[in-house]
Design a protein around this ligand. Structure first.
Ligand code: C2O
Ligand code: CU
Length: 490
């Protein structure tokens, strides 16, 4: 069976590989949810049909303000609870956990080569840990589950930003509690820029907009309902963009750059535009692609980021285009509506060549390690048959060495977005075939479908020490689909 809505223009092997079980559950979630009860079984769930769509303007998270600059950009962030109008104003406000009380958190703007220090104060009643996803941090600054911030405590994280410009994101990484913490709101965008990239004249300023895609279940009091389906998947029935349910964005008839951040706990997206409009992918997790990729469908799973350029210049003023998830039918198909409001001059462009991406190894290079992502008989998710153990290290790549890793899913029923910390890698192949054109740049998270084999290559560095490798379905991650590797001296 094929997820419905997939199969027209642009659908390809990778889309076919989104597993059957997810497709079924995606369909079932919308039908069953209204009948079920909310948190604690007391408050009824909010039927998603009661949430008006395209009734609110897309919020754009504020840019985090520097507290000090002295060669290092210094920031202070307080993690705390707050009430936020996530649902349209005709419905109740939602209690969230936010960085500075915001969901998503404030956007950090960083410049390549200029270090950033973020002092994180934990004013929540749980241990937290902050991971900057996509940044090559030292182990002590990597926000691993092994280094939590206690309630009332604080920790200062240092990021040297000595890497390619790209869209990163920061999120909670508490031991076995990442899924509920991110669900309540602990995630934000971190844009790393580079003057060389700015000279390409891609859309910028107000025409460069982060879009954080998530999904949630609500109860009738506006609270988020955490239901991870017996520790398998957490699928909402309300689509959120930048922390607002089904928003709309007034756009000018020109090009925009959208930085798509898939921050859903368990939901995959096959992104497209209504009316079969094409769009252009310019960057992936690790920054600019070599060349722009024009597509009608973009598979983006949890934790992946893609920057796309959408050109509204051909769209009649007064009409709309909708960003859709082609894996869905029903209400979850539509995510965000763009309303084209006026014609303007557009000096931006998408150059035919965006960057250079030297290949690390040939596509058929021999495999150094195999990682099997499976399900153990007791119901936990395991890597090479084992659950996470903070005291165990499963691989010791040498500093500066290039390794080819084979990522395999075992058994039917689940796909896994696989994410090693520290490195950006190249995808060599998926099931013996080349990856999608938009996956041929630098990546830090990769879709591994049901019964699938993906090969990646990475150079291990620039830091020594222990890092985690895990599935970015946050439910799987918390239920132990995580392991550690240690970069050792050559
Ligand atoms: Cu976004 Cu360890 O992950
Ligand atoms: Cu998984």
């Amino acid at each position: 069976m094929r997820p419905r809505g997939v199969g027209q223009e642009g659908a390809s092997d990778v889309t076919r590989a989104v597993d059957r079980r997810t497709a079924l559950r995606l369909g079932a979630a919308g039908l069953l949810a209204p009948a079920l009860l909310g948190a604690g079984g007391r408050t009824p769930r909010l039927p998603p049909g009661q949430v008006p769509r395209f009734a609110v303007d897309l919020p754009v998270p504020p840019v985090l303000r520097r507290s000090l600059w002295s060669g290092v950009d210094r920031y202070v962030v307080t993690q705390r609870q707050a009430l936020q109008q996530v649902l349209p104003p005709s419905l109740p406000a939602t209690p969230v956990w936010g960085y500075d009380g915001l969901f998503p958190g404030p956007t950090v703007h960083a410049l390549r080569g200029r270090p950033v220090e973020i002092r994180q104060l934990n004013r929540l009643h749980r241990e937290v840990s902050v991971h900057l996803h996509g940044h090559a941090s030292r182990p002590a600054d990597d926000g691993q589950p092994t280094l939590p911030i206690p309630p009332g405590g604080e920790r200062t994280y240092y990021y040297d930003n000595d890497q390619r410009a790209s869209t990163l994101w920061y999120h909670d990484h508490a031991d076995m509690r990442t899924s509920p913490h991110v669900y309540r709101g602990l995630a934000g965008v971190y844009v790393l820029r580079d003057p060389a990239e700015d000279r390409l004249d891609l859309p910028s300023g107000e025409h460069d907009v982060p879009l954080v895609l998530q999904d949630r279940i609500f109860d009738v009091d506006g609270r988020m309902v955490f239901d991870d389906n017996g520790h398998t998947d957490l699928l909402g029935d309300v689509a959120l963009v930048n922390g607002a349910a089904w928003p709309r964005l007034a756009v000018q008839a020109r090009r925009y750059r959208f930085r798509l951040v898939i921050a859903s706990n368990s939901r995959p997206y096959l992104l497209g535009l209504s009316g079969g409009r094409p769009f252009t992918v310019v960057a992936s997790d690790g920054g600019l692609l070599e060349r722009p990729v024009v597509t009608w469908s973009l598979l983006a799973v949890m934790a992946e980021r893609y920057d796309v350029v959408v050109d509204f210049s051909e769209v009649a003023v007064g009409s709309s285009v909708t960003l859709v998830n082609q894996l869905e039918t029903g209400r979850m198909h539509d995510l965000l509506r763009f309303d084209v409001v006026r014609r303007v001059r557009d000096d931006s462009r998408v150059p035919a060549r965006l960057s250079d991406i030297p290949r690390l190894v040939p596509a058929d290079a021999p495999v150094d390690r195999v990682w099997r992502f499976g399900h153990s008989p007791d119901g936990t998710f395991v890597i090479n048959g084992k659950p996470f153990d903070m005291d165990r290290v499963d691989a010791r790549p040498r500093l500066g060495s290039i390794e080819v890793w084979e990522l395999r899913t075992q058994g039917l029923g689940f796909f896994h977005p696989v994410h090693p910390h520290l490195v950006r890698f190249q995808v060599l192949s998926r099931d013996g075939r080349p990856p999608e054109p938009y996956e041929r740049g630098w990546k830090d998270t990769v879709f591994v479908g049901e019964e699938s084999v993906v090969r990646i290559a990475a150079r291990f560095g620039p830091h020594l020490g222990r890092y985690v490798l895990h599935c970015h379905n946050l439910v799987h991650e918390d239920h132990s689909m995580m392991t550690q590797f240690e970069v050792v001296k050559p």
